[in-house]
Design a protein around this ligand. Structure first.
Ligand SMILES: Cc1ncc(C[n+]2csc(CCOP(=O)(O)OP(=O)(O)O)c2C)c(N)n1
Length: 723
């Protein structure tokens, strides 16, 4: 797809040119620059008229962005912009009407269907990824995007559409010399994810173009209070494999030349580049901010003298490319275009109010569907949960070339020659769950990440968006928190916030839980309810080897993000071992398993409290004649309320047991729903048993009392049965 600025290789070279730009290109750029500014002005007006609800401008950044656009290819390269990048998006082909449709929150807003604020770009045809508001989350996603393109270029057969799994819904396109563009303001370079992304871009020599738009302020904080020494270029200068440029981003030609050198470096396969452009911010941070509160008039005047629009206007007139009459005509044409776009946007229909519920998850491929219910064809001897997960990963890597596995220590050995020369056996995960996978499938498909959890999840987002199936590992649930931004604000939201334009079906495997005798605070945590409280992501928590294999396969083949929680204590437990159920065995999500039928009390549980509940239930039956029905939810989002309702209707008594803390825990929601919907079936209050509201201690005596044990479950069921 052609960008709105003619590419310089198409230009007629005989003409006088400026850094390689011919007059027509300069005119195209001036038009886009003026259009971008006038759209901002129109939004400011519409906001003052209360016809839109937010405004944030591109003003002052236009020259740098149009210089980038003139060197990049729309619909070919990929773009992870931020909210100031209106001029870039216009140059790539997003229309003024598209932009204003978002401003009014129209149903026809192509970026988000009225779900996101203005300037939250997103366009599938132009390869502009759905933009979010958190500063800096785009960097690692852009890294993953660049990695995915490289992967598909190395493995072209992997891009084939295959029906029956998530691949049916991904149109994968990739180009050998494509570039991934990512941008932010200078304040955002304080975010850790920026540095995590530089790390991987540098190590992997990725084809990434960073554009740092330095307008000197992050809302009210000047750059010298934000960045040591006041200049990010000096801080990043020692990253290997990078090409660096620093330029006056209000000077179109200087910016264009800097971008051209950067893009040449990247397209030639040398690695990433970072262009740091000094720009201005004449319209305050947003319309909710008044910079007069923290910037004196003198400073603002100095900035105004560097306004890129006025500078280019003066330059074009001085060079005789435009005269006063031509400027007037051009302005009149653009103003009419903006007026027409505003009229159309103001006339556009709003979204149906019921539409809020759409696109939280895939509507095309539901992991609850019958197609994910396939029978076990058992082979061999009983295997542990750890074994089954390893075997399932191996079979899925074999079946689907798009599956890639990475995380901390998941590879057999980063130094491949040690493996090849048989000098080492290889590690394959701290729990050995990925053992032997790199050896079989190679380092492009199974590899170690840096020790940085946001790096793992952020890259997985970028890869999954491009059509890969990243199955990543977080080594301990206790250390999932650095990835929280990606897990809460990005991964599960991609489909919803882009109104089903993009999707991100990555699988995040996490070793979770206690009962370890000495696991202590930082190797025993649960916390699943934090993630079940986030729409857009399925949460799975198997209690046994067979379920782990069947549910993991469903997770990998479905088209939604999945958090797959693996209990460390269950990895090698004698409980629940089973022969391998074969390479096609799948269990649909949202189907509870009844481990034991009973008539007096229902226990709803999952994970490591399943074997403990079964132990208690068997003893109660033996010693007290109490008949307990044990329900294992298997998946926590979605969960099988129907199975709960059927069981509670039979027993009239229900206890919910989980390993995580009691208060605001997973059981609270289930209890509330039972109380609300099954009130007339109950003969006793809904009860819960869970960990104490504290952390898990190291001393085993303390751990025992903190976590729910079989004896506690025994006592709780007995008490409930006597109510
Ligand atoms: C993670 C996060 N923290 C805080 C904010 C609120 N916020 C929005 S923009 C912004 C300043 C960004 O400054 P900079 O990166 O310099 O970009 P600029 O707006 O100046 O172009 C802040 C603090 C946010 N959106 N995300």
């Amino acid at each position: 797809m052609a960008s709105k600025v003619m590419q310089n290789e198409l230009a007629v070279t005989a003409e006088k040119s400026y850094e390689g730009l011919v007059p027509q290109q300069l005119l195209d750029i001036y038009r886009l620059m003026y259009l971008s500014r006038r759209l901002d002005d129109r939004e400011v007006l519409l906001k003052r008229q209360q016809k839109i609800y937010f405004q944030i401008s591109c003003a002052g950044h236009e020259a740098l962005l149009l210089a980038a656009a003139a060197n990049l290819r729309a619909g070919y390269d990929w773009f992870f912009p931020y909210y100031r990048d209106r001029a870039l998006c216009l140059a790539l082909g997003v229309t003024p009407e598209d932009m204003l449709l978002q401003s009014v929150g129209a149903a026809a807003d192509p970026a988000s269907g009225g779900r996101q604020m203005p300037s939250h770009w997103g366009s599938r045809p132009h390869n502009i990824f759905t933009t979010s508001s958190p500063t800096g989350t785009q960097f690692l996603q852009a890294v993953g995007c660049a990695e995915a393109a490289r992967y598909f270029n190395h493995n072209p057969a992997a891009d084939a559409k295959v029906s029956g799994d998530y691949r049916e819904f991904k149109d994968v396109q990739h180009h050998p010399d494509e570039i991934t563009f990512v941008s932010s303001g200078e304040g955002t370079t304080s975010q850790g994810e920026f540095w995590e992304s530089l790390n991987t871009a540098s190590i992997r020599k990725l084809p990434l173009l960073y554009v740092i738009e330095d307008n000197g302020y992050a809302i009210s904080v000047p750059v010298r209070f934000q960045t040591p020494g006041g200049n990010v270029s000096r801080l990043v200068a020692n990253f290997p494999n990078f090409h660096f440029e620093e330029c006056d981003g209000t000077d179109l030609l200087e910016s264009y030349a800097a971008m051209r050198r950067a893009v040449e470096y990247i397209r030639s396969g040398n690695g990433p580049a970072l262009v740091h452009g000094h720009v201005i911010r004449p319209y305050s941070h947003s319309l909710s901010d008044d910079e007069k509160l923290y910037r004196p008039e003198s400073e603002r005047k100095q900035d105004a003298e560097r306004d890129p629009l006025a500078r280019l206007n003066r330059f074009l007139i001085a060079e005789g490319i435009l005269d006063a009459a031509a400027v007037q005509t051009l302005h009149r044409e653009v103003d009419a275009e903006v007026q027409a776009a505003a009229d159309a946007a103001l006339d556009a229909a709003y979204p149906e109010t019921s539409s809020y519920a759409l696109h939280v998850y895939s509507e095309h491929l539901k992991p609850t569907a019958k197609s994910f219910d396939s029978p076990a064809l058992f082979e061999g001897v009983d295997r542990t949960m750890a074994d089954q997960i390893n075997k399932c990963l191996r079979d899925e890597l074999q079946r689907d070339e798009r599956v890639v596995i990475f995380g901390e220590d998941v590879a057999d050995c980063s130094e491949i020659v040690y493996l090849e020369d048989k000098k080492v056996k290889g590690k394959g995960g701290v729990f050995k769950l990925t053992s032997g996978l790199q050896r079989t499938f190679g380092p492009e498909r199974v590899f170690n990440s840096p020790l940085a959890e946001a790096n793992i999840v952020g890259r997985a987002v970028g890869m999954a968006v491009r059509g890969l199936k990243p199955v990543v590992e977080i080594q301990f649930f206790d250390y999932i928190w650095p990835a929280m931004h990606q897990l809460r604000n990005e991964l599960p939201l991609i489909r919803w916030r882009s109104n089903d334009t993009f999707s991100c079906p990555a699988v995040v495997r996490v070793a979770i839980g206690g009962y370890l005798t000495g696991g202590s605070i930082y190797h025993s945590q649960c916390g699943e309810s934090i993630f079940t409280h986030t729409p857009g992501m399925h949460v799975v928590f198997p209690s046994n080897a067979l379920d782990a294999a069947g549910l993991l396969r469903t997770a990998i083949r479905c088209d939604d993000p999945v958090l797959f929680l693996e209990h460390k204590r269950l990895y090698r437990e004698p409980f629940g071992r089973a022969p391998y159920p074969g390479p096609e065995y799948m269990i649909p999500f949202g189907k509870a398993r009844i481990w034991k039928e009973g008539s007096d009390v229902t226990v709803v549980t999952y994970g490591a409290t399943v074997p403990r509940t079964l132990q208690a239930a068997q003893r109660l039956e033996r010693e007290r004649g109490i008949s307990v029905e044990v329900l294992d939810l298997r998946t926590l989002n979605p969960y099988d309320f129907e199975a709960i309702a059927t069981s509670v209707s039979k027993t009239s008594r229900v206890l919910i047991v989980h390993e995580d803390m009691l208060s605001w825990g997973y059981g609270a929601e289930i209890a509330a729903r039972i109380a609300s919907e099954l009130f007339d079936k109950l003969d006793a209050p809904v009860e819960r048993l869970a960990a104490k509201d504290t952390f898990v201690a190291y001393q085993p005596l303390l751990e025992n009392v903190i976590l729910p044990q079989a004896d506690d479950i025994f006592a709780a069921i007995q008490k409930l049965s006597e109510y």
